[in-house]
Design a protein around this ligand. Sequence first.
Ligand SMILES: Nc1ncnc2c1ncn2[C@@H]1O[C@H](COP(=O)(O)OP(=O)(O)OP(=O)(O)O)[C@@H](O)[C@H]1O
Length: 249
Amino acid sequence: MISLHNVSKRFGSFEAIRSVSLRIESGEIHGIIGASGAGKSTLVRMMNLIEQPDEGDVVIDGETLNHLKGKRIRQIRQSLAMIFQGHHLLSNKTVFDNVVVALQLAKVPKKLRAEKVMESLRFVGLDQLKDQYPGQLSGGQKQRVAIARAIVNQPKVLLCDEPTSSLDPNTTAEVLEVIQRINQEFGVTIIIVSHEMEVIKSVCERVTVMADGQVYQELEIEPTGVHKMEHSAEGIIKRLKSGGDFNHA
Ligand SMILES: Nc1ncnc2c1ncn2[C@@H]1O[C@H](COP(=O)(O)OP(=O)(O)OP(=O)(O)O)[C@@H](O)[C@H]1O
């Protein structure tokens, strides 16, 4: 379980996150939506301490991350994998070598690495392309390599920051299917940041709507529709139901 307690973050005098409290259950697929600049990326980057909060606590499975140091923080960080809009692959390395890097960084014994990499690549359907270079792959394939790299150390949580933003609708569906399978087969808690409601609605159970660095509301997504969890503004509900893009709404 991940919880944020009154977390704030400033960049200079600008308050990007203003006293946000949030709870994400283990095994959940949780969406974070909002317009550009709402603070979505900053919020997610505080969950694995890429960004340190100025105030408040980030608690994962009962441990307050921002109070931990040294080895323990490195261990916990390893259990929190992340993928981004850009796949961030190394262009001069093969698909296999891009994934094995994560195992090298985690100091996994050499003799175990090849099997783990191939298992991960098989999961995302790219084991046949292990010797290709990123430049030879499609956008969706590159993102799937990034996913294979993210899951190769068997994380407990996968943070996805706009994972499908630069992809076409078919490729988006393909990447979301892999993300959903990671949740279903391994019980990994998934957090997806997006400004596209269609993306969120297709995979998430709950969604946090961010506006101006604050939680605007929390909603539940069910087959019967989108339901507010707390007080809700009609405008937002309407926009969610019609499946909009928050950057162009
Ligand atoms: N390192 C930084 N230095 C200064 N300002 C920053 C920094 N990171 C983020 N910000 C500012 O904080 C605000 C929130 O940014 P953030 O990237 O979290 O928003 P977002 O909702 O993810 O937006 P987008 O969808 O455009 O990525 C923005 O106004 C942004 O300019």
